[in-house]
Structure formats: C-alpha cells, structure tokens
Design a protein around this ligand. Structure first.
Ligand SMILES: Cc1cc2nc3c(=O)[nH]c(=O)nc-3n(C[C@H](O)[C@H](O)[C@H](O)COP(=O)(O)O)c2cc1C
Length: 195
C-alpha cells in the first residue's frame, strides 16, 4: 500500500495565477507523485510551470473550504521554486516541488516530483481527532458519486463522534460546510430519482 500524504497543493499558471486544491501526495522513493484527476486546472498549470507547493494546513477549514466552493485562501510567493504557495500564516510546513517527469493518462496523469526544499513553519504537534475527522469527511465529500450512500452515512456518523468530543470553532465550521455539501448532494439525488 502506498504512503499518501494529504496536503493542499498550489500550482501556478504562466501568468502567475494560483490554483489551490487538496491532493494526496504519493510517496515515491525520495520524491512524491502528484496525481490530479482530469479535468483540473492543476494539470494545465503544471504543463505551463512545472512546479508545485504542497502544504499541511494549520486550519482544516482550508481543506474543507477547497472542496465546498471556498478556494479563496491567501497565497504568497514560494521561496525555492517559481510560483506561489498557501500563505505561511495558514500552514505548518511546505514541500516545494519540481516536476521531473509525467506519466500521461486519460483519467489521472502522474507528475513525479523532486523535493526542492522542505520549509517548516511551526513545530507541528499533529492533528487532533476532530481535525482528522474533517480531513476524512472532506475526502468522502469528493466521492459522493462513487461511494454507496450507506457507506457515506455510516462513516459520517462515526466521524461525527470525534467532532462532538474534540472540535473547536474552526473544525465545527469546516464540518458544517461538508455536511451541507453532502445534504445538497442527497437532495439532488432524491429529486432526480423522484423524476
Ligand atoms: C485530503 C484530500 C485529498 C485529495 N486527493 C486528491 C488527489 O490526489 N487527486 C485528485 O484528483 N483529487 C483529490 N482530492 C479531491 C479534490 O481535492 C477535489 O476533487 C477538488 O475539487 C479538485 O479540484 P480541481 O478539479 O480544481 O483539481 C482530494 C481531496 C481531499 C479532501
């Protein structure tokens, strides 16, 4: 089983415009593979400017926000590669990456990246249970068309326990955005089925 690091990745087009989205980085020797599903602006950006910065957000609202239509998080210039990265005020660490090769694929091209620099912003003690629950729920919320509704319901019910026990204001807000997305999807599915 591959080791996958869940991060928020910024890619930048030739004009300097940043695109932000959560992606899992797949460990590959001393490098990482970035694999966005098509269609994604990240794929076009990496063709124009083959660099990316993957960051571990301090505030899980960045992760939940990106998958619920709230992508307007502040960015800043990267230190060691051309392009931008998530603002250091919002992250524990950055991995500044250079694409070394691309494995083309109709669904999911794989960009093999070299680590140009690891930038530690904080001494990160790790996520608590509620932060992990938001991360897991955010992933689930991007797979609503692929997973059986019972599985989503069961997993959300389990993750909700960690939210009830350990969430602060930020995690509660992030959780609310994700639940709204799931409920909107369920309503649409129900209405379509009803004809
Ligand atoms: C923690 C996390 C990891 C994710 N990893 C990936 C990934 O590796 N590849 C991918 O295409 N989508 C991944 N997703 C889903 C994308 O973030 C989501 O579909 C997003 O809307 C993609 O944006 P884009 O269409 O602009 O690329 C992940 C989501 C989360 C919350």
């Amino acid at each position: 089983m591959a080791f996958i690091l869940e991060t928020v990745v910024v890619t930048t087009d030739a004009a300097g415009t940043a695109h932000i989205a959560p992606y899992g980085l797949i460990a590959d020797g001393d490098g990482w593979v970035l694999a966005p599903f098509r269609p994604s602006p990240a794929i076009a950006n990496l063709a124009e400017n083959p660099f990316a910065v993957a960051s571990s957000p301090r505030d899980v609202r960045v992760i939940a926000g990106c998958v619920t239509g709230r992508r307007d998080w502040p960015t800043e210039p990267a230190d060691h590669v051309p392009g931008r990265r998530l603002s250091s005020d919002h992250v524990h660490a950055h991995l500044e990456l250079a694409v070394e090769s691309v494995e083309e694929d109709v669904q999911r091209p794989r960009f093999r990246c070299r680590v140009v620099e690891t930038v530690a912003v904080t001494a990160w003690p790790g996520y608590n249970r509620a932060q992990n629950a938001v991360l897991e729920a955010a992933i689930l919320s991007t797979r609503l068309d692929m997973l059986p509704p019972e599985k989503i319901e069961r997993e959300i019910a389990y993750l909700a326990i960690a939210i009830e026990k350990t969430a602060g204001r930020a995690e509660r807000e992030a959780w609310g955005w994700i639940i709204d997305r799931i409920e909107a999807h369920n309503t649409r599915t129900h209405n379509n089925a009803a004809g």
